[in-house]
Design a protein around this ligand. Structure first.
Ligand SMILES: NC(=O)c1ccc[n+]([C@@H]2O[C@H](COP(=O)([O-])OP(=O)(O)OC[C@H]3O[C@@H](n4cnc5c(N)ncnc54)[C@H](OP(=O)(O)O)[C@@H]3O)[C@@H](O)[C@H]2O)c1
Length: 329
């Protein structure tokens, strides 16, 4: 019987355990495509799965890891053949379906997209769900009709993964980016990615007023809770905020005042179940617009056996930018 190496989360009466062990290929879940994984990445959600801090894992045993790049090994799906380079983001990988921190996955071909031209496997995972979500946020703001001439765009949790890519993408699209961070020592890093101004996240925490001074025409919020409430109260008339994260909390202690008095819009962004056409559009635009030097500047690489420690670090809000996980070394 064929086996491979994987991070495995188990659950017993004492709680959740996690470790790296061999896994039987025969125990993989149903799917019409088997992929040999070369790289994955670390997202906040992967940290939640590894630590058990939030119930993102819905099945045990589970292999965490929501993102992968790899090569098709076998396929009965007409769209994919052995040797094809593919990307997978979300669709329940690492939550309900055995995930990417493994040398092999078996998945539905419908979940896969071809590796975009112009991106190496490492670069695609440097982008990962975090970067693809940042692009979905920018596209949501544009669909709302917003453009850089309307005023500045704020990015919260700017030193994090989604935040770092959002800063680079918004700046490239011509926005005056105001990066909000709890790590002022990373100001040069954020300016290198394209931030025009850095603000301390304490300006956006604490109880929000229904309406505050209008500061932002647009925004990408990765933090939620009082941060999102404050950002909404500071959004200019007709502006919009794309909300994709909860790094500061899942609650939203806001009032309806920005919506009904300033015509402000709150745009929800989900990457996990996003339709395939939207994913392909986002990835093609990332391949075209995300500066490779900036991507390299925000990326570090670790081997699979360091991912458990890194998972604990990301939920503490201490990871800078993006982390690629090498599966095949
Ligand atoms: N909707 C989706 O489909 C989707 C997709 C990807 C990610 N997400 C969500 O987006 C969020 C960010 O993900 P990520 O992978 O970028 O995580 P990350 O790398 O850990 O970034 C989160 C950042 O938020 C800030 N932060 C952390 N704790 C905070 C707190 N208590 N108060 C205020 N700011 C805090 C920190 O930035 P500073 O140090 O700069 O302050 C941190 O780096 C997560 O909630 C994740 O679940 C959602």
């Amino acid at each position: 019987m064929s086996t491979f190496k994987a991070v495995v989360i188990d659950k017993n009466e004492a709680g959740q355990t996690v470790g790296i062990r061999t896994f039987n290929e025969a125990d993989l879940m149903d799917g019409d495509v088997t992929v040999r994984v070369s790289h994955s990445t670390l997202n906040y959600k992967d940290g939640l799965a590894i630590t058990g801090k939030a119930p993102v894992v819905r099945r045990f045993p589970m292999i965490p890891g929501v993102d992968l790049v790899g090569t098709v090994e076998t396929s009965s799906n007409p769209e994919f053949k052995p040797g094809d380079a593919v990307v997978l983001n979300g669709w329940g990988l690492g939550e309900t379906h055995l995930g990417a921190y493994a040398e092999k996955v078996r998945v539905k071909g419908d979940w896969l997209i071809p590796l975009p031209q112009g991106l190496s496997p490492e670069q695609a995972m440097a982008v990962g769900t975090a970067g693809y979500t940042a692009m979905l946020c920018l596209m949501a703001l544009e669909r709302h009709g917003l453009s850089p001439d309307r005023g500045p765009a704020v990015v919260t949790g700017a030193v994090g993964g989604v935040g770092s890519v959002a800063v680079a993408l918004l700046a490239k699209a011509g926005w005056h980016v105001i990066a909000s961070t709890g790590r002022p020592e990373e100001a040069d890093y954020l300016k290198g990615l394209g931030a025009a101004e850095i603000i301390d996240r304490s300006e956006l925490t604490g109880p929000s007023r229904p309406l505050a001074k209008e500061r932002f025409a647009a925004g990408v919020d990765t933090v939620g809770s009082t941060t999102l409430a404050n950002v909404l109260s500071m959004t200019k008339y007709g502006g919009a905020i794309a909300a994709c994260g909860l790094a500061g909390g899942m609650d939203l202690p806001a009032t309806v005042a920005p919506f009904i008095l300033r015509n402000v819009a709150l745009l929800g962004v989900d990457s996990v179940m996003a339709p395939k056409a939207l994913r392909i559009e986002a990835w093609n635009r990332i391949a075209r617009d995300l500066d490779h030097d900036k991507l390299a500047a925000m990326t570090s690489t670790i081997p699979l056996d360091q991912v458990l420690e890194a998972g604990r670090t990301i939920v503490e809000g201490k990871i800078k930018g993006r982390v690629v996980v090498e599966i095949a070394r």
